[in-house]
Ligand binder design. Structure first.
Ligand SMILES: Cc1ncc(COP(=O)(O)O)c(C=O)c1O
Length: 446
């Protein structure tokens, strides 16, 4: 009894603590903004981290922010074993966790109709695995490809603009003597040296511009980044689902080696869970040949992902599974909000910095633009935004463009977006209601 009461208290305290931290941060931001007249701009708006609190707000209104606990994983285990599973079977505790996670996520992706992005339906069961975010999976895949064939040279390519974590995995962690990263706009720019093998990153919808992407080169190895492949993103209300399935099918039929993955971070707004997931295609002999290095990298760098983040994430997926239309109205609200945000930001940005070119499209998770201002090039656009608006942005330089390009996150809190718009407009014009579309109000009230 004592233990039971203690447990309840512990969980209540934890819950209370979580709520307090969440509301303290929000209240601090909001009250600072309320006290400050719009053009006071005393609070720096951090629009550079690619995070998705828009979902936190949607989960609040859909009653998903404080879900009953349904997934009970042992906290005292490593989701890892130092010997790859091709030699030994998975430890039973880990096998249970991964089987349960795989079953839950399979049910979700089958229901929304995009399971084929991750798993070849014609092939035997793949090996489900998680890591500390998809960033960890990307680093592990690059490591596995490059170190499994030290006598071979690899060129990792991606059409610009791209997510900076991709080149980061090729040249930002280790100095691989046999790997380089090459950004291209047109595949004709890619000049291979004798013996070099191409590996192409394909991110669709793409960060930072929200556009549809498919492979553009003859690469036999493809890394499919689908962390934004949800109907919340992209311009067509489906996250380019059918178009993506089409290129994946063609690539599989052509015998390409495809490593595709997703993450709790972006399309589910659970960045803090640090949960990237992959159905690793062990049935593909090439993928099997580099598996030991892939598994070894994750094991050696972080002993895999955590049970707690995964359990919380699966609770959300289980809630979606019993919601009408698997929660599709929520994702459509996210999509509408993002589109509206892009439309407003584009309008106000062009008013303030006329002649800038906007490369991102409505539905993109971020706003990506080439800034025109007479202070450039003696001043860089990041400093101009900070000076004019007290807004912190990312430079497009890390994304394969020049430093005249900037990226701003559009998936943040509505109050933050409205404040950003008011600063751009130079007047109190927008409120959070303008950038948070919630068309399901009646349905939820019932
Ligand atoms: C396209 C893309 N892929 C992968 C990631 C990595 O996200 P995480 O490690 O949180 O899954 C990001 C993060 O911004 C991203 O934009």
């Amino acid at each position: 009894m004592q233990l039971f009461e203690g447990d309840v208290m512990k969980s209540d305290l934890l819950k209370f603590g979580r709520i307090c931290v969440f509301y303290t941060v929000i209240t601090l931001c909001i009250s600072a903004q309320e006290k400050a007249p719009t053009n006071n701009k005393s609070l720096t708006l951090f629009l550079q981290p690619n995070i998705t609190p828009l979902f936190t707000e949607l989960y609040e209104v859909y009653g998903l922010s404080d879900l009953p606990k349904k997934t009970f994983f042992e906290d005292a285990i490593y989701l890892d074993q130092s010997t790859p599973v091709s030699i030994l079977p998975m430890q039973p505790s880990n096998q249970f966790v991964f089987d349960h996670a795989s079953d839950t996520l399979t049910a979700f992706h089958k229901k929304i109709g995009d399971f084929e992005l991750y798993v070849d339906p014609e092939k035997p069961k793949p090996f489900f695995y998680t890591a500390s975010g998809s960033k960890h999976l990307i680093a592990a895949l690059v490591y596995a490809i490059v170190t499994s064939a030290p006598g071979k040279k690899f060129v990792f390519v991606e059409q610009a603009p791209f997510y900076a974590g991709h080149p980061g995995a090729v040249s930002g962690i280790f100095t691989y003597p046999n790997a380089r990263f090459l950004a291209f706009h047109d595949p004709k720019e890619i000049k291979l040296e004798p013996g070099e093998e191409l590996v192409e990153f394909v991110t669709s919808p793409n960060n930072p511009d929200g556009k549809f992407r498919k492979p553009l080169t003859e690469a036999r190895i493809l890394i499919g980044d689908f962390v934004f492949a949800s109907s919340a993103f992209g311009s067509d209300k489906t996250g380019y689902r059918e178009l993506n399935i089409q290129w994946i099918r063609q690539a599989r039929a052509a015998g390409k080696h495809i490593f595709s993955f997703n993450s709790a971070s972006k399309q589910f707004g659970k960045t803090g869970s640090r949960c990237g997931y992959i159905w690793y295609p062990l049935y593909d002999p090439y993928a099997e040949s580099i598996f030991k290095k892939f598994f070894g990298f994750i094991s050696a760098s972080t002993v895999a992902a955590g049970t707690t983040g995964l359990a919380d994430f699966l609770d959300l997926i289980k809630a979606f599974l019993i919601m009408p239309e698997t929660g599709e109205p929520l994702r459509q609200n996210a999509s509408e909000s993002l589109k509206q945000r892009h439309i407003f930001v584009e309008k106000e940005f062009l008013n303030r910095y006329p002649d800038s070119s906007i490369l991102s499209i409505p539905g993109s998770p971020t706003f990506f633009a080439k800034v025109r201002d007479k202070r450039i090039p003696s001043k860089n656009p990041l400093d101009i935004l900070l000076e004019d608006l007290n807004v912190s942005a990312n430079s497009g330089e890390a994304m394969g463009e020049s430093n005249e390009f900037i990226r701003l996150n559009l998936c943040g809190y509505s109050r933050q977006l409205a404040e950003f718009l008011n600063r751009l407009a130079g007047q109190e014009k927008y409120t959070e209601h303008d950038v948070f579309i919630f068309s399901d109000r009646e349905a939820i009230a019932k």
